[in-house]
Design a protein around this ligand. Structure first.
Ligand code: UDX
Ligand code: ADP
Length: 480
């Protein structure tokens, strides 16, 4: 048996690779936008066009005021400002960009299916399939197609099948190049990646395509950090990385509940175990539960794939990571209700934070959405403040759950632009996102304007517990 190992990219001396002068990226979202901005910045000789069907989103990317680009990411505005109009373009002309490019990234969304077979688990590949069909229809010359979205294993095969059976007879090479950036640190993650992973076919043409993409990343990423594998390993590595990361959060969150019962402190436990170099200190922050567009979706996908191969125990093992996360969110809300004397009916609960983590305006799968929903079911009035999330997004998130009608959501949930107003006359404050600015607020002023007793439920263990208690707050954190 031949054991395959990921290969470290080598310097390419051959001249047979495809010469890339134009790149097209389909999908101007949280992955496509920042990734292409960095490629454009680092490869000034390549023209990069990011296309999207959503005209409003493209208009925002083209907004003269760099503060209005649709994604909030520290450092992104500067990079877009530098490259846009030079060799970085945002456009709705999808067909033109596909036609002109030698290299096409597919970076469209792959949400969890909400219908039919695999509902609630499998990734919905309809957007990917539409892209593949569009590329097949338009391409008149050979292209390399790179799957960049988070995708279930074997998607490249599906793309390949569509391209080869419906194309105009041109040659396509399909690569898997999963993105490992985390939101909020996307620019740094792209500039200094732990690794870049490129999966392709083992045939000569496949290897040439891999080398073409390696050469692009090699503009700024050391070659020893660029790994090449077969397509399936690359796709599965992405799911596995996210599953492992999410598993760490669920593991520490599970321990947080035990800490609350035993008198241990989860921060101390995390510190103690994190100093074991085999465990490491990162991703051990107990929280109100993980959110974001990837973790849940990818694990559900992994579970679905395992089940489809009859691997029941493996599927159950990973599913538990999600079950634990749902439990963590629910118990945070339940604790607010029970601590507030078993009723929150018509009480004002102030939410500081709505995004799924700090330094992003992304709210997908944010714990805040589900906890707000549970508390509104308990008749609470929710006041929300997030430095980067606006009212329309908050209501869109709640309406999407379809728990109640849209009028009721607007009646029970109010979104503020000022944190002090948000907390004014509140019975309790819940810290949902770990925005740095929350810790720097004038907590005495907040306390003075709240109902008494004044409660703080710190879902991120962010605030200075001793200081808050001294002011007079009844303060509860996670895992102590
Ligand atoms: C994740 C992966 O980290 C990234 O590599 C992949 O490309 C996409 O998915 P992202 O979802 O953007 O990135 O953010 P991440 O930093 O991983 O956080 C995910 C969630 O876990 C957030 O809600 C965060 O608050 C939570 N989290 C993270 C914790 O609760 N505790 C931790 O210790 C770490
Ligand atoms: P991600 O976090 O994976 O980047 P987003 O939802 O932020 O996901 O972005 C995906 C983008 O892809 C959206 O802006 C959506 O409009 C776009 N998109 C989806 N399908 C297509 C398509 N067939 N052609 C062009 N853009 C598309």
């Amino acid at each position: 048996m031949v054991l395959e190992q990921p290969q470290v990219a080598q310097k390419n001396d051959k001249t047979t690779n495809m010469k890339v002068t134009k790149i097209c990226c389909i999908g101007a979202g949280y992955v496509g936008g920042p990734t292409m901005a960095v490629i454009a910045q680092k490869c000034p000789d390549i023209e990069v066009t990011v296309v999207d069907l959503n005209a409003e989103r493209i208009a925002a990317w083209n907004d003269k005021d760099i503060n209005n680009i649709p994604i909030y990411e520290p450092g992104l505005g500067e990079i877009v400002g530098e490259a846009r109009g030079r060799n970085l373009f945002f456009s709705t002309e999808v067909e033109k960009a596909i036609h002109e490019a030698q290299l096409i990234f597919i970076s469209v969304n792959t949400p969890t299916k909400t219908y039919g077979s695999g509902k609630g688990m499998a990734a919905d590949l309809k957007y990917i399939e539409l892209c593949a069909r569009q590329i097949a229809r338009i391409a008149k010359d050979d292209k390399i197609v790179v799957e960049k979205s988070t995708l279930p294993v074997r998607t490249a095969e599906a793309i390949k099948s569509i391209l080869n059976h419906t194309g105009n007879g041109v040659q396509f090479q399909i690569l898997s190049n999963p993105e490992f950036l985390a939101e909020g640190t996307a620019v740094q993650d792209l500039l200094h990646p732990d690794r870049v992973l490129i999966g392709g076919e083992t045939c000569e043409e496949g290897q040439k395509a891999i080398q073409t993409l390696v050469d692009i990343y090699a503009h700024w990423v050391p070659r020893e950090k660029i790994l090449t594998t077969n397509v399936w390993s690359s796709e599965l590595s992405k799911l596995t990385a996210n599953a492992f990361l999410a598993q760490r959060v669920s593991s520490i969150n599970a321990i947080s509940e035990l800490c609350e019962k035993t008198g241990a402190n989860v921060n101390e436990v995390a510190r103690a175990i994190g100093m074991d170099s085999r465990i490491g200190p990162k991703f051990l922050k107990a929280s109100v539960g993980f959110g974001g567009s990837c973790f849940q979706k990818d694990i559900l996908n992994l579970v679905y794939i395992c089940k489809s191969f009859g691997l029941v125990e493996v599927a159950d093992y990973w599913e538990q990571v999600i079950i634990m996360n749902d439990h963590q969110k629910r118990r945070f809300g339940n604790n607010i209700v029970s601590t507030l004397y078993n009723t929150v009916a018509d009480k004002k609960i102030a939410f500081l934070g709505w995004a799924f983590k700090k330094d992003t305006n992304d709210t997908r799968e944010s714990a805040a959405i589900y906890i707000a929903d549970d508390l509104v079911n308990e008749q609470a009035n929710i006041a929300v403040y997030d430095p980067k999330v606006d009212a329309d997004q908050v209501y869109a998130d709640l309406d999407y759950l379809k728990t109640r009608n849209v009028e009721k959501n607007r009646k029970k949930v109010t979104v503020f632009e000022d944190p002090y107003e948000t907390c004014h006359h509140a019975h309790a404050i819940a810290i949902m996102t770990e925005w740095d600015e929350f810790a720097a607020y004038d907590w005495q002023r907040i306390y003075d304007n709240m109902q008494k007793p004044a409660f703080v439920f710190d879902g991120r263990n962010l605030l200075d517990e001793a200081k808050l208690r001294e002011i007079g707050f009844i303060y509860q954190s996670i895992g102590s």
